[in-house]
Design a protein around this ligand. Structure first.
Ligand SMILES: Cc1ncc(C[n+]2csc(CCOP(=O)(O)OP(=O)(O)O)c2C)c(N)n1
Ligand SMILES: [Mg+2]
Length: 693
């Protein structure tokens, strides 16, 4: 930046004024809410100020601009830092259809309502509530993981859509993280992956402030972070004083010049910097400063001691002249470029519009497989893989991969041109996450936040390694796709460590997660169709390792019943069942066999396939009654998982057949016998239910 000495001084004073405005807004908001973390925003204010004001390619008037740099606050407890910045830079709010509204995303009034019910300033940043919050953070480490997915998305989009003279996608991703983030496993996995992929568009800024909540950071954290990141293949920079705006600028410039590797900027800071009494102390940094301390701090900053939520003259304007002007120019330039691009590459531009609107392309569902009736059948992971390939071929921005189990999960995209996403070869649609389930899920979130149709896969049992991220995707109302195979004791010989028991119930318990466990190959196709058409919730597809029959749909109800969550697959003669058998996934065919045997005994059974609790709950009462009539209280559910949650459908007079312990290592046929997943046992339980024994 070139400036006369006179303006440089004024500029520095203005910089300090802006930095202290961020600090005091955070202090006042936390004090007023009487909860929250003032320390991290105080320490990080200059770091965020320098980045936003002078570097971030971001237009506050167009916060959804696809090529904006992404700013991720992985240290979500420092939320007031982000809210203050969003407020001071004048970032606009977007409406439900992404329309930019003529109002700020965070007003001063919103800051005064920090952490209050229905405010736009919740305790931790939530992306579905506050425009400008790129991802929901709070559980430490997650933002770091998400940032890797955003960096992947930028590379992938550039590879597919940039053309000579049209560098449409060049965005960088910055993430601020603290000691806590860097102690978390997910961030380590993510850093390892980012280094491997040489994501030079990724910059993490580590707030090295020597404290965590419990005390000095070195009580629990003493490794050499710099050396660790060098070993991951990152460039590591150091800024010795968080208040040194010149050194911060140098670090950001070095990041921009660094090729072939991500950058970690280690910033030495003091929590609650500037507080005359609490400097360098860890006490109370996770709580309000208290009225007296607030006054002392303000005095130290040269602030009027009694002023609250003060934004001094010149502060808004300074941001307008800085990020405001730069961002508007960059955005306008991009829009012009995109308009020209649209003329030259109409098809690609059309794809980009679809991506931005989360719309599927025309013909996305053409060439989907249909599976002929087959008593032996195929595993749902197999039919899933075939369906996924058909879909991905039709949806050019669908990409994903597995945590080193792609062959087992059957998620390899094998059609021509699918390719592998590798360092320096960023166009591939098969991602290789390595054995890093947590980072895989978090990166998938980052890609979906970047509006790509991303999926990830592993064994169902290992959702336990992804669950914190899946939960955030559900909270964020994000249509991430999880392909989870090897879904039960059907795993067999691998034994109980690999056999999911409680995972189904646990994901069904998660709000806004769509769980689908299809009962045959054609149900799989329906399930996948549902999965890719979701726009506001993630989907977990729960698929088998082992083969299962494909039903003859000329004799059974159409698989489209999946859309209703549960449907009558096979009805009792006359539609008047003595008993209702409810199965999911691989147990549906067991229910069908049992129904046939019961028929021989004069017992009329209806078989309900129930791939999704959530979708069934969304149906109206009349439909639910038509599937599970209240009058029929003899009901037996069969599912190779914990029975937890099934009482809702089998009722007090019914019986849930399921797992009541961990599984075991043995050939599947032996496990089925041991745990009662046999026609004879189902029939025996039906008899008991009917006779009330
Ligand atoms: C996964 C997870 N565990 C625990 C917490 C609770 N928590 C919030 S901040 C924090 C640690 C703070 O240490 P650091 O990351 O160094 O942040 P600083 O206090 O220095 O701002 C903890 C444990 C959390 N938010 N997420
Ligand atoms: Mg810390």
């Amino acid at each position: 930046m070139v400036a006369s000495e006179q303006t440089l001084v004024t500029g520095k004073q203005l910089d300090t004024l802006c930095v202290n405005t961020i600090r005091t807004l955070a202090i006042d908001a936390v004090q007023q809410a009487n909860s929250g973390h003032p320390g991290a925003p105080m320490g990080l204010a200059p770091v965020a100020y320098s980045l936003w004001q002078n570097f971030l390619r971001y237009d506050p008037q167009n916060p959804l601009w696809p090529n904006r740099d992404r700013f991720v606050l992985s240290a979500g407890h420092a939320s007031m830092l982000l809210y203050a910045i969003l407020h001071l830079t004048g970032v606009k709010a977007a409406g439900p259809n992404d329309e930019i509204l003529d109002k700020p995303t965070v007003s001063l009034d919103d800051i005064k309502h920090f952490r209050q019910l229905d405010s736009r300033t919740p305790g931790h940043p939530e992306s579905h509530i506050t425009t400008g919050v790129e991802t929901t953070t709070g559980p430490l480490g997650q933002g770091c993981g998400n940032s890797v997915g955003m960096a992947i998305a930028s590379k992938w989009l550039a590879e597919h859509y940039n053309k000579p003279g049209f560098d449409l996608f060049t965005f960088n991703t910055y993430a601020i993280c603290g000691d806590g983030d860097l102690m978390e496993g997910v961030a380590s996995e993510a850093a390892s992956l980012a280094g491997h992929l040489k994501l030079d568009n990724l910059c993490w800024i580590y707030d090295h402030n020597h404290v965590t909540l419990d005390g000095p950071a070195d009580w629990s954290f003493s490794e050499d972070v710099a050396t660790r990141f060098l070993a991951y293949g990152w460039n590591v920079l150091r800024v010795a004083d968080a208040n040194d705006l010149d050194m911060l600028a140098r670090a950001y410039n070095t990041f921009l010049e660094t090729k072939d590797r991500p950058t970690l900027v280690i910033v030495d800071s003091h929590i609650g910097y500037g507080s005359p009494h609490k400097q360098d102390s860890f006490e109370a940094h996770g709580e309000p400063l208290g009225v007296e301390e607030v006054k002392l701090v303000k005095k130290f900053y040269g602030w009027p001691e009694d002023a609250k939520f003060l934004v001094p003259d010149g502060v808004y304007d300074n941001f307008k002249q800085g990020i405001g002007k730069r961002g508007a120019d960059l955005h306008a330039e991009w829009v012009k470029k995109f308009n020209d691009y649209s003329k030259q590459y109409p098809e690609l531009a059309d794809q980009l519009n679809h991506i931005q609107e989360r719309k599927l392309p025309n013909g996305w569902d053409k060439d989907l497989p249909t599976f002929p009736a087959d008593a032996k059948g195929i595993a749902t992971r197999e039919s899933g893989g075939k369906t996924l390939n058909a879909l991905a071929k039709n949806i050019p921005w669908m990409l994903g991969g597995s945590a080193d189990l792609a062959k087992s999960n059957k998620v390899n995209l094998t059609f021509e041109g699918a390719g592998d996403f590798q360092a320096g070869k960023y166009g591939g649609r098969n991602l290789h996450f390595g054995v890093r389930e947590h980072a895989m899920a978090a990166a998938t979130t980052g890609m979906v936040l970047s509006r790509l149709h991303a999926f990830c896969a592993t064994f169902f049992n290992f959702t336990d390694y992804m669950r914190p991220t899946m939960r955030l995707a559900a909270l964020m109302e994000l249509p991430a796709l999880y392909v989870m195979t090897h879904d039960s004791i059907g795993v067999g010989e691998d034994g109980p460590t690999h056999e999911p028991i409680e995972q189904l119930a646990s994901l069904r318990a998660m709000p806004n997660m769509l769980v689908l466990r299809p009962g045959d190959a054609n149900e799989v196709v329906e399930a996948w169709k549902l999965a890719v058409t979701q726009t506001h919730r993630p989907t977990t597809l729960v698929l088998t390792r082992q083969a299962m029959p494909t039903f003859d749909r000329t004799k059974f109800a159409p698989a489209a019943g999946v859309t209703k969550g549960a449907y009558v697959l096979l009805d009792a003669p006359g539609g008047k069942p003595d008993v209702i058998l409810i199965g999911t996934g691989s147990e549906v065919s067991l229910c069908v066999e049992a129904a046939e045997k019961l028929k021989g005994e004069g017992i009329k059974a209806r078989v309900v396939s129930m791939p999704s609790f959530e979708l069934f709950e969304e149906q109206d009462e009349a439909y639910k009654e038509s599937v599970l009539p209240k009058a029929v209280t003899a009901r037996v559910s069969v599912e190779m998982a914990t029975t937890f949650g099934w009482d809702r459908y089998v009722g007090p007079k019914g019986k849930a057949i399921g797992m009541h312990r961990f599984g075991a290592s043995a050939p599947l046929k032996d496990l089925l016998k041991k745990f009662g997943f046999t026609v004879d046992n189902v029939v025996a339980e039906v008899r008991k239910v009917i006779t009330g024994a």
